[in-house]
Design a protein around this ligand. Structure first.
Ligand SMILES: Cc1cc2nc3c(=O)[nH]c(=O)nc-3n(C[C@H](O)[C@H](O)[C@H](O)COP(=O)(O)O)c2cc1C
Length: 307
């Protein structure tokens, strides 16, 4: 039995990661679960300046998932340095990935430059895929030139690994993944939420002020898994897979399809203990993670898998 996995040079004690935006900054949940038993926690995306997020309503449950229009609400870099790094210094074993966003490339770079000094931070995740803000993020993630510039500049500010979180909302996710690889990213994280919407039949208007929102949860699992298969076949970077994972079978599917670790988001809201429960279940089932990662492609007959 060995749940250990590697994302480039980062070794995780197990492949289970809390997805950004669904687990606070991690330590808030420590009375409910021992986060030191997880593989990693990705913090809520942090930006240079505090953000209030989008107007209400910002969240809606759908038959098998969640629509959110949070809009990157966060306390900003200064408060992050003051209130979030310190409690993390006492947390051992679990890796800390800091998700970074911004209105433009220079804002991402300032955040990384100022946080680089903290040894507790194991990697930065560039959020270039949030569908709920007007500037930055998706505007960068949809432009190959800006993706390349952001990654190059981020790499020049830090020796910590750079994770790039990409969007499922463009027709050619393989191309985006390849650009991140060529630009020098260390790890790929996929996927952020799928664009969706909701109409209020009483007002005959959009339910969300922003008109669109991001869909997550079990509804997107087959879609996210298909995109993972496509990308894993074409790109050598280690991949953090996510999108609707809700049980051990889902975790195994993502690992078999080529993810070296998986993130869980929406299901934390239903069961805050799910990450730990999955780790324990995988231990019980005697799963050797490294034997199964990418096994879909290791079998010869599947080498030319076309979906
Ligand atoms: C309420 C909510 C807030 C989120 N906030 C962020 C965020 O700040 N940064 C980010 O990269 N992703 C954010 N996400 C996306 C998740 O990290 C994840 O990519 C997505 O929800 C798919 O995984 P899931 O189906 O397991 O939730 C958010 C998702 C939800 C539901």
């Amino acid at each position: 039995m060995d749940l250990k996995t590697k994302l480039g040079n980062i070794e995780l004690q197990n492949p289970l990661i809390a997805a950004s935006g669904t687990f606070g900054y991690g330590f808030e949940i420590k009375d409910i679960i021992n986060i030191e038993e997880l593989g990693a926690v990705t913090t809520k995306t942090i930006t240079l300046h505090p953000r209030l997020g989008n107007p209400l309503p910002r969240i809606l449950e759908t038959p098998a998932g969640l629509l959110n229009s949070i809009g990157l609400q966060n306390p900003g870099l200064k408060a992050f340095k003051k209130n979030i790094i310190l409690p993390w210094e006492k947390i051992k074993n679990v890796k800390m990935f800091v998700s970074v966003g911004g209105n433009d490339i220079s804002e991402y770079i300032q955040v990384i430059a100022e946080l680089d000094q903290y040894s507790r931070i194991d990697a930065f995740e560039l959020n270039i895929s949030c569908p709920n803000v007007k500037k930055g993020c998706l505007a960068i993630g949809s432009n190959p030139i800006l993706i390349e510039q952001l990654i190059t500049q981020a790499k020049s500010q830090t020796k910590k690994p750079i994770i790039v979180k990409i969007s499922p909302n463009f027709s050619n996710i393989i191309e985006t993944a390849k650009i991140t690889e060529t630009a020098g990213a260390d790890i790929l994280s996929m996927v952020n939420t799928f664009l969706g919407t909701k109409i209020d039949i009483k007002t005959k208007d959009f339910y969300f002020k922003n008109k669109v929102a991001g869909l997550s949860g079990p509804a997107i699992k087959p879609l996210a898994l298909k995109l993972l298969v496509d990308v894993a076949e074409q790109v050598k970077l280690p991949i953090i897979g996510m999108g609707g994972i809700s049980n051990t079978e889902d975790v195994l599917e993502f690992l078999i399809a080529g993810a070296s670790a998986v993130s869980i988001g929406t299901m934390n809201f239903r069961n805050p203990k799910i990450l730990l429960a999955l780790a324990n279940e995988m231990k019980k089932q005697d799963i050797n993670v490294n034997e199964i990662i990418g096994s879909l492609f290791n079998r010869k007959k599947n080498k030319t898998l076309i979906l």
